[in-house]
Design a binder for this molecule. Structure first.
Ligand SMILES: [Mg+2]
Length: 419
């Protein structure tokens, strides 16, 4: 089996969303996805990775990951290239699962569970207005989730008050105003519902230290990105100042950046975003690394429908997954316009996918939309950084002579391909 074609699919309605479909010569199609900077991801796929993968065996997932990463790392990996790798990785796992007729989680370790607890990140889309309602009727919003069996939620109470000074100064009356919804929830419902605080890296360290101290009596589930994780020493000081776990978080890329927050006392929860940090292959490695430090992972989601399915496979096969993020507003609002079958949320749990592979595919109607834009790679091209034209290589005739002078050199075995 070989990869015959790679398509990227974008729609005008969601300029940040990009799906990847990897086609094979046997007709099996794998689906992946990522979010943000979709046009740069599209370019990374069609300029670099698509031409590199055409004609190769889709089963060699680890080899493809390593080759694409090495190619990207040459000029700094943590951007559109890595999001492209993430989407491609998921699509390759989808193909493998379909070929083996097994859900992906059965291949990457087997079921350690068959459902995972979710918490709801309060969002606003269409008829679902949790993200607004929590400011005016917080207890009602929390109770509505509890009635559905969802016992955790995430909000961003301090984002709005950070705007005035760009997070450089914190006023006590602003913070009291921002924390009023959470205080009301604790007054009326006690600890019936867990509430996580996501600050989207909007504060500096001194203001973040004040926020964690002020919020201590409210017992949040975790603090997420009060400060940007650019400096783990600053994070250590933040974690030292509170008994609440610090989660670090979606803007860390690959095992290499997560490692620094897993091995140091800078965080107590690891929160990789599968569609940004390297796909199923990489999140599995991050989870294993975290497990060696007795740390849980709580996969991030706020992106698109395929991510939920991909994370479901990680969650089913990985013992140290703590909980899964879920965004009710996005799910009910638009995810089902793009995929079928849908993933299942039942009594506050994300259920194990049952179909082979990822367990979903793009709806036919997506390709028929008036705002759809599809780009295709179907020809083999050169990965120039790895190619024989590299300036430190000897001239072609000398290369040939060298390789052919012994059988050992003819095998060309290695994780990364150079041809
Ligand atoms: Mg976040």
């Amino acid at each position: 089996m070989i990869i015959s074609k790679i398509e990227t699919i974008r729609v005008g309605q969601f300029p940040d969303l990009i799906f990847v479909q990897i086609h094979t010569d046997t007709g099996v199609i794998g689906l992946g996805e990522t979010w943000y900077g979709a046009s740069t991801v599209e370019a990374a796929i069609h300029d670099h990775f698509g031409p590199l993968l055409i004609g190769r065996d889709p089963a060699e997932i680890e080899r493809h990951w390593q080759t694409m990463f090495r190619l990207s790392d040459h000029a700094g990996y943590g951007g559109a290239e890595l999001r492209a790798i993430s989407a491609i990785d998921v699509a390759l796992w989808d193909i493998k699962g379909q070929v083996l007729q097994m859900p992906i989680f059965e291949i990457i370790g087997g079921g350690t569970r068959h459902r995972i607890k979710v918490y709801n990140t309060l969002g606003v889309y269409g008829d679902v207005t949790d993200g607004y309602d929590v400011w005016t009727k917080p207890v009602e919003v929390a109770q509505r989730l509890l009635d559905q069996g969802i016992t955790g939620m995430k909000m961003s109470p301090t984002d709005f008050i950070a705007r005035e000074s760009d997070g450089q100064i914190l006023y006590k009356d602003d913070l009291d105003w921002a924390l009023r919804p959470l205080r009301e929830i604790r007054d009326k419902l006690g600890m019936e519902i867990e509430v996580a605080n996501d600050a989207h890296a909007k504060w500096n360290l001194p203001t973040a230290l004040r926020i964690v101290r002020e919020m201590e009596p409210l017992r949040p589930m975790w603090h997420e990105e009060l400060i940007s994780p650019l400096n783990e020493d600053a994070h250590v000081r933040l974690q030292d100042a509170t008994t609440t776990p610090i989660a670090a978080a979606e803007r860390l890329m690959t095992r290499y950046q997560h490692r620094r927050f897993i091995e140091s006392p800078a965080a107590r929860i690891s929160m990789p975003d599968l569609t940004w940090t390297g796909g199923i292959s990489e999140v599995k490695k991050i989870a294993i690394l975290a497990s060696a430090h007795q740390m849980p992972i709580a996969p991030h989601d706020c992106v698109g429908p395929v991510n939920m399915l991909a994370c479901a496979h990680i969650a089913m096969a990985t013992p140290n997954v703590m909980i899964m993020e879920y965004n009710r507003a996005m799910h009910l609002g638009w995810y089902r316009d793009f995929i079928e079958p849908d993933f299942e949320i039942k009594d506050g749990y994300l259920m194990a996918p049952t179909e082979p592979g990822l367990g979903t595919h793009l709806k036919k109607s997506v390709m028929e939309r008036s705002d759809v834009r599809v780009r295709t790679s179907n020809e083999r091209g050169e990965a120039w950084l790895m190619s024989n034209k590299r300036y430190t290589y000897p001239p072609p005739e000398l290369q040939q002579e060298f390789v052919e002078s012994t059988d050992r050199r003819k095998s060309g075995a290695g994780a990364v391909y150079y041809d």
